[in-house]
Ligand binder design. Structure first.
Ligand code: FAD
Length: 488
């Protein structure tokens, strides 16, 4: 153990890329010792899921912004690549650090890595402080009356509302930065050399256009949402053509802002402007959904790769590569599905309502295993999140804890008409249909030939025919569901 009072302390950053409301960083700063900060791109530990392409793009900018912010505060960020177990151990030994601070993670593989590191370091006399920085409450803090974790959201939400939320911490005023020894610097991997942003081909053009990464951008996004989007959120959140939601998801995913900061800012806005309560309540319940999915992931580590309800192990999924490809590329012939899939491909994000419609279409109309959709979203979403993504896909498939029932099968035409009544969302992402009148924009196959001609739409050429007819696809899905039930 290093009892030297001049020994530095370490902060290991992991999806908590911010200086404010960062309990690990604040804890380290409060020691008054030199604070050495590092990040590990762990692409070698067993079970750690590699990030998808869009999330890697985000990570690049997020680390850059974090590194710059730490430098402004008097410290710096060392980036390493490899297996965390060996690397963290080596950093502790080479710096002679007396303690290490981190914020907790909730995936099974991450917990295994952290537990192994904690044991090894504690046995060697290094103090390990694991802090609570990612959620409003730790998964084990919100339980039912028997002390068990909730499986259903509504009572979970009620339990959260009965408790107070800790106020967020300010960023440490100044960090006492230290100097890394050459032997560690030799191991460092500069951010630019991690290969996180695509080069050839650079497919990220639309994503660049849409997003600013980092803590300052996250805070600006939150302020903008509170000023312009919170009022009316309860209804506006279901209109994909409008900027009716916060778009904070990738910032929350990478911890550029904390849920406690979001909570506090929204509550301050409500205090300043009575009348916002209903919208704020709806918005904050979405933040609680995020805690809920993390709680489920913590207690059900197989959420991303196995149906929670074991009956679904026997579901007769169909493997149809062509249909899957048509779905991925936004070429299903259903405009609302195609608009969603193209928004995802172009911008790395998709509106929540449309995520539900596209996911339901893939699972129920195409009878494709939800894990295929989960994997595609994992690769293409900038906010791809192990808990939110897995839970949401199982919710749609009907196999998760607290899911939508399988027989709720969205009709992509009526969903489009309901949530994009003017067709503006379709016109943005499916430009080949932009000239179609409102009456046919969600069902171009019903447009009279003269209308198609005038608007330049040639079905089967400029835009596909529906790859499956809705009615028979619905019947097929219900039959498949019943066959699974028969097997149990
Ligand atoms: P807002 O409406 O402004 O909500 C604020 C925040 O609350 C979000 O940023 C998010 O952190 C949280 N939130 C909102 N809705 C949900 C929800 N249903 N479940 C859990 N948390 C929620 N969200 C992700 O963050 N990552 C994912 O990988 C992801 N995959 C999804 C896959 C499917 C099939 C579906 C149906 C939903 C998925 N969601 C995912 C949930 C939701 O669609 C997004 O969180 C939301 O669209 C993000 O936009 P926003 O930040 O503007 O949301």
């Amino acid at each position: 153990m290093n009892s030297d009072s001049t020994a530095p302390v370490l902060v290991w950053f992991r999806d908590d890329h911010r200086l404010s409301d960062n309990p690990a960083l604040s804890g380290a700063a409060a020691t008054g010792s030199q604070v050495l900060c590092f990040y590990v791109l762990d692409d070698a530990s067993e079970g750690i899921r590699p990030l998808g392409g869009a999330a890697r793009w985000w990570l690049h900018g997020s680390l850059k912004a974090l590194s710059e912010a730490l430098e402004r505060a008097g410290s710096s960020l060392l980036v390493l690549r490899g297996s965390a177990l060996g690397l963290v151990d080596s950093v502790v030994r080479k710096t002679g650090a007396s303690a290490i601070y981190w914020n907790r993670r909730y995936g099974a593989a991450e917990i295994a890595v952290d537990s192994a590191i904690k044991k090894r370091l504690s046995d060697g006399g290094t103090k390990v402080h694991s802090c609570s920085g990612r959620l409003l409450h730790e998964p084990w803090e919100i339980t039912n009356q028997s002390g068990k974790p909730f499986q259903v959201f509504t009572p979970y939400l009620r339990a959260v509302k009965a408790r107070s939320i800790k106020p967020p911490l300010p960023a440490p005023r100044r960090l006492e930065g230290g100097v890394w020894t050459p032997s560690i610097l030799n191991q460092a991997a500069p951010i630019a050399e991690l290969g996180l942003e695509p080069t050839s081909p650079d497919w990220a053009g639309g994503i660049w256009h849409e997003w600013q990464r980092g803590e300052l951008a996250a805070q600006a996004k939150l302020s903008h949402f509170i000023e312009t989007g919170l009022k009316g959120y309860a209804e506006g959140r279901d209109r994909p053509s409008k900027a009716g939601t916060s778009r904070l998801s990738p910032h929350l995913r990478f911890g550029e802002i904390s849920p406690r900061q979001v909570w506090r800012s929204v509550m301050n806005a409500v205090a300043a402007e009575p009348g916002l309560e209903r919208d704020a309540d709806k918005f904050l319940s979405e933040i609680v959904w995020r805690d809920f999915t993390h709680q489920l992931l913590h207690f059900h580590p197989h959420l991303p790769d196995r149906p929670h309800s074991s009956r679904f192990e026997s579901f007769p999924w169909i493997e149809d590569r062509l249909s899957l490809k048509a779905w991925q590329r936004g070429r299903t012939g259903y405009p609302i599905v195609d608009a969603g899939m193209r928004q995802l491909w172009q911008t790395g994000w998709m509106h929540n309502r449309v995520r539900m419609i596209t996911a339901s279409f893939m699972v129920k109309h195409l009878l494709t295993d939800w894990r295929q959709g989960e994997a595609w979203f994992w690769d293409t979403l900038v906010d791809a999140d192990p808990a939110n993504n897995a839970f949401s896909w199982q919710w749609i498939a009907g196999s998760g804890p607290d899911s939508a029932p399988f027989h709720r099968i969205f009709n992509p035409v009526t969903q489009g008409e309901k949530f994009d009544p003017e067709g503006d969302y379709i016109r943005t992402y499916v430009p080949e249909l932009a000239q179609l009148p409102r009456a046919f924009i969600h069902k171009p196959w019903e447009a009279p030939p003269a209308v198609l001609r005038e608007t330049g739409v040639v079905l089967g050429e400029t835009y596909p025919h529906p790859i499956v007819p809705h009615g028979p696809a619905r019947e097929r899905a219900l039959k498949a569901f019943r066959s699974m039930r028969d097997l149990t």
